[in-house]
Design a protein around this ligand. Structure first.
Ligand SMILES: [Zn+2]
Length: 368
C-alpha cells in the first residue's frame, strides 16, 4: 500500500492520505462511539459517612447528592469530579443536573464546592427547609437564578398526583437525551407535604428529614439503578405499598438506603426491588472523629441486619468473599464475611458500576 502511494503524484498522494485518514478515523470513531454510546457508568464516590453518586452518560452527567463529612471528603469529591471531567472533556465541566435527596449535611455539605468548581445546569432538592443541610440547601436555591441554574422541587403528592403510579419525569427531572440512546430518570418519592394516614408517627413526619428523601430511578436501556437517599421505614413502607404490583421499584442496582442502617432496608422493599447488586456508602467502622457525632462509629453502619437482609435477596456472588466490620448497634462492630455482590465504600473505596443498554454490568473497585 505504501509503495503504491509513493508512486503516485503529490496531489493524488495528499488526497489519498486524506482519504485513508478519513477511513481510519471514521473506523476508530465508529467503533469508539458505537461502544461509548451503549455504555453508562455510575460512580459511587467514597465520601465517608455521606453520599455522592455520579451518573456518567454518553452525552452528559448527573450528580445524585453532594455529601461529605469534612474537608478531606469534600476535596475527594471535587478531585474525583476534576479527574472525571479531565477524561470527559466533551462534557465541559458541566453537570446537567444535581439532585440532593434530602436536606442533611451528609447529602449536601459539598454542594457549594461543587457549584463553585463546575457548571450546574439544573438543581432539584426535596424542598424542605429544615435539617442539618438547611443552610447549604437554601443557599443554592437562593443563588440558583444568579448562577444560571434552573431550580425545581417535586413533593410526593405531586409525583403521585391523581393516583399516578408511573413516577414523574420531565425535561428537568430527566434532561439527558443522547444521540443513540435516551436514558430515563424518574422520580417515585419526595418530601411529604401531609402526614400519610397510616404507618407514620408525628416524629417520622415532622422531625425526620430522612423520610422525605427523593426516590430516583435511572434506566439505561435494560440497565436500571435506584437511589433512595436515607428513606427510612415510614417512607419505605408507604412507597413500597403505593407501588405494589407495579415495576416502579424493580431495578438491578440498588444504592442501599441510609448508609446501611437497620431502619432503611426491609424484606418487603427488597422483594419489590429484586436487586442483583447493592451498594452502600458510609465511612470506616473505626471513624469516630469526622463529622462531629455524625460518624460511622457512632451509627454502627453498615448494620449486620441490613447486610443479612441484602445477602438473602442479592442472588450473585462477589468475585472473592471479603471479611469486613458490620455494626450490631452504635459503637459495636463484629467481623462478618460478605460473599454476595454487596459493595460498600469503607471496604471497596470508590465503586464504579459500568452498564450496557442490554443490561450487562461490570464492577470496578478502587481498593483493587
Ligand atoms: Zn445520610
Amino acid at each position: 500500500m505504501i509503495i503504491t502511494i509513493i508512486h503516485i503524484s503529490k496531489s493524488t498522494l495528499m488526497k489519498t492520505k486524506f482519504f485513508l485518514l478519513l477511513i481510519v478515523s471514521s473506523f476508530l470513531f465508529g467503533s469508539l462511539s458505537a461502544q461509548e454510546n451503549d455504555v453508562m457508568y455510575v460512580h459511587y464516590i467514597n465520601v465517608g459517612q455521606a453520599n455522592a453518586a455520579l451518573l456518567e452518560f454518553p452525552c452528559g452527567a448527573v450528580l445524585i447528592d453532594a455529601g461529605a463529612q469534612d474537608k478531606a471528603t469534600t476535596q475527594h469529591l471535587i478531585d474525583y469530579l476534576d479527574d472525571f471531567f479531565a477524561r470527559r472533556k466533551d462534557l465541559h465541566r458541566t453537570l446537567d443536573l444535581v439532585y440532593v435527596t434530602h436536606c442533611h449535611l451528609d447529602h449536601n455539605a459539598a454542594l457549594a464546592a461543587v457549584a463553585d468548581s463546575f457548571k450546574i445546569v439544573r438543581y432539584i432538592d426535596n424542598g424542605q427547609q429544615t435539617g442539618s443541610g438547611k443552610t447549604n440547601q437554601l443557599k443554592l436555591e437562593r443563588e440558583a437564578a444568579a448562577r444560571g441554574i434552573q431550580y425545581a422541587t417535586y413533593p410526593y403528592e405531586t409525583i403521585t398526583n391523581g393516583g399516578n403510579k408511573k413516577g414523574l419525569t420531565n425535561m428537568i427531572i430527566d434532561p439527558i437525551k443522547c444521540e443513540t440512546i435516551d436514558p430515563k430518570i424518574i422520580l417515585y418519592s419526595g418530601a411529604f407535604t401531609t402526614k400519610p394516614a397510616t404507618g407514620w408517627t408525628k416524629d417520622d413526619f415532622e422531625n425526620n428529614g430522612n423520610n422525605h428523601s427523593l426516590f430516583i430511578k435511572v434506566l439505561f436501556g435494560k440497565a436500571s439503578f435506584l437511589f433512595i437517599g436515607d428513606g427510612e421505614i415510614a417512607e419505605m413502607n408507604t412507597v413500597t405499598n403505593y407501588y405494589n404490583g407495579t415495576d416502579a421499584l424493580d431495578v438491578d442496582v440498588l444504592m442501599v438506603g441510609h448508609h446501611g442502617a437497620k431502619n432503611a432496608t426491609t424484606h418487603n422493599f427488597l422483594d419489590a426491588v429484586t436487586p442483583n447488586y447493592a451498594v452502600i456508602s458510609c465511612g470506616q467502622w473505626d471513624d469516630s472523629t469526622s463529622g462531629g457525632k455524625f460518624n460511622t462509629y457512632n451509627y454502627g453502619h453498615p448494620t449486620d441486619s441490613a447486610l443479612n437482609m441484602l445477602a438473602a435477596h442479592v442472588p450473585y456472588k462477589r468475585s472473592h468473599p471479603i471479611t469486613v466490620k458490620a455494626g450490631l448497634k452504635a459503637k459495636t462492630f463484629i467481623d462478618v464475611t460478605v460473599s454476595k455482590r454487596i459493595y460498600a465504600t469503607p471496604w471497596d473505596g470508590d465503586i464504579v458500576i459500568r452498564a450496557t443498554s442490554d443490561g450487562k454490568y461490570r464492577t470496578q473497585l478502587s481498593s483493587n
